[in-house]
Design a protein around this ligand. Structure first.
Ligand code: NAD
Ligand code: ZN
Length: 383
């Protein structure tokens, strides 16, 4: 069974579909032939050694069976390879292989591969077709939806990039069977984030899924479990797509509860934690997990969110998995980084806080007393 989520963008021609189902990697060929503008062309598969070793052969075989000429380019594994050097090497590969305007790039991997391959597709020959086959939970529900592509540089993360929509996204839920536990936890934290800002339905659906989550069922390919996973992913993707459709380019002035900025719930504190630990201690999603707890505590301290909702959020987060402890991190060092947050616009930092689950508010940092931050840190570190 395949779920299909339609992603609508302002430019009608850019609208596309996300297909979700078990074993879909084996149908990458027919899917790409249906989705790419030139089904007979070359296809540059960009991946890394680990993911390609697991899923590359099946994808390549299916692509070749559908009439494509797959050419494979592997990049280094990890965030540190999402850089200009890798981009340059990738562009060299594309050019050296004679990839033309009518050919296609297919990203097979997590957010690192997807962001880099998407940016390469955006800039190579001023833009060629791009397809995405995300293989991490985070890339399935978050990075492959919304058209943000890019790389890191010496002046910051994700600051060089482009908005560039893929022609289609194929999610094979079976690829999650090999994903390390911490990567799953990180993805689940982002799912809880989207539930917390998305609404009671998405939150309840995510919570119920996490309650039933069992890695054994994932490995055994339990049908009922697979269907509930696909349905949770479809709900997550639809939510992100809805927000993105209303604010495709993250308008600076849009400040309402449907602004793309709300997707940063849990991220101000999360980014700060990543920064003070030199991006080595946490997976991004784990830091966001703490960020959700912190934002909930802060919302409570400011009289916005009721204690029982804070507790509910914490209970659901616990089901997402264990987070690396933060008790040894100095809160003042964390607070000092707020002024460098990427979302700092016109010299002012805004927090995404909650009035209720599903009701985010954008709240100016300048209106938050230090005591409220300190107390939120204390409670976040305690759990
Ligand atoms: N574009 C966006 O809107 C957006 C949104 C959120 C995050 N991101 C970006 O996404 C990146 C993080 O993505 P990520 O969390 O997917 O990390 P990742 O791409 O580094 O993948 C995590 C690890 O899992 C491995 N892996 C991938 N799929 C696997 C599988 N099926 N089985 C076993 N191992 C597998 C990878 O090789 C890697 O070691 C960051 O660079 C972040 O900036 C982008
Ligand atoms: Zn995130």
């Amino acid at each position: 069974m395949t779920s299909i989520v339609k992603i609508k963008t302002k430019q009608k021609a850019d609208s596309y579909e996300i297909r979700i189902g078990a074993g879909l990697r084996n149908f990458a060929g027919p899917w790409a032939a249906e989705t790419a503008s030139n089904p007979a062309g070359r296809i540059a598969v960009i991946s890394n050694k680990k993911v390609f070793g697991l899923y590359g052969e099946a994808a390549e075989k299916s692509l070749a069976g559908a009439g494509f000429k797959p050419l494979v380019h592997l990049i280094g594994d990890g965030e540190r390879y999402k850089n200009l050097k890798t981009l340059e090497n990738t562009l060299k590969f594309l050019s050296g292989s004679g990839i033309s305007r009518t050919d296609t790039i297919l990203a097979l991997g997590g957010g690192v591969v997807g962001d880099l391959a998407g940016f390469a597709a955006a800039v190579y020959l001023r833009g060629i077709d791009f397809l995405q086959v995300p293989t991490t939970l985070l890339s399935m529900i978050d990075s492959s939806v919304g058209g943000k592509t890019g790389i890191n540089s010496s002046f910051g993360k994700n600051l060089i990039g482009a908005f560039y929509q893929p022609r289609g996204v194929l999610i094979d839920t079976e690829t999650l069977t090999t994903l390390p536990r911490r990567e799953l936890t990180a993805g689940f934290c982002e799912a809880v984030k989207q539930g917390a800002i998305g609404g009671q339905n998405l939150f309840d659906k995510t919570a119920a899924f996490l309650e039933s989550f069992d890695r054994k069922k994932l490995a055994q390919k339990d049908t009922e479990f697979t269907l509930s996973l696909a349905s949770m992913l479809a709900a997550q993707v639809s939510f992100k797509a809805r927000i993105v459709a209303g604010d495709e380019r993250e308008s600076v002035s849009k400040m309402d509860a449907r602004s793309r900025k709300i997707l940063n719930f849990g991220h101000t504190f999360g980014h700060a934690l990543e920064k003070v630990t030199n991006y080595r201690y946490f997976k991004h999603g784990e830091a966001v997990g703490h960020g959700i707890r912190f934002a909930a505590e802060l919302s409570k301290n400011l009289g916005l969110l009721a204690q029982d909702e804070v507790k509910l959020l914490n209970d659901v987060l616990r089901r997402a998995g264990t987070l690396p402890p933060i008790a040894d991190i100095d809160p003042l060092e964390v607070f000092a980084t707020f002024k460098f947050d990427k979302k700092l616009i016109n010299n002012s930092l805004n927090w995404i806080l909650l009035k209720r689950i599903g009701e985010p508010v954008i709240f100016p940092h300048s209106d938050i007393p230090l005591a409220a931050l300190k107390s939120a840190f204390k409670n976040t570190a305690r759990a």
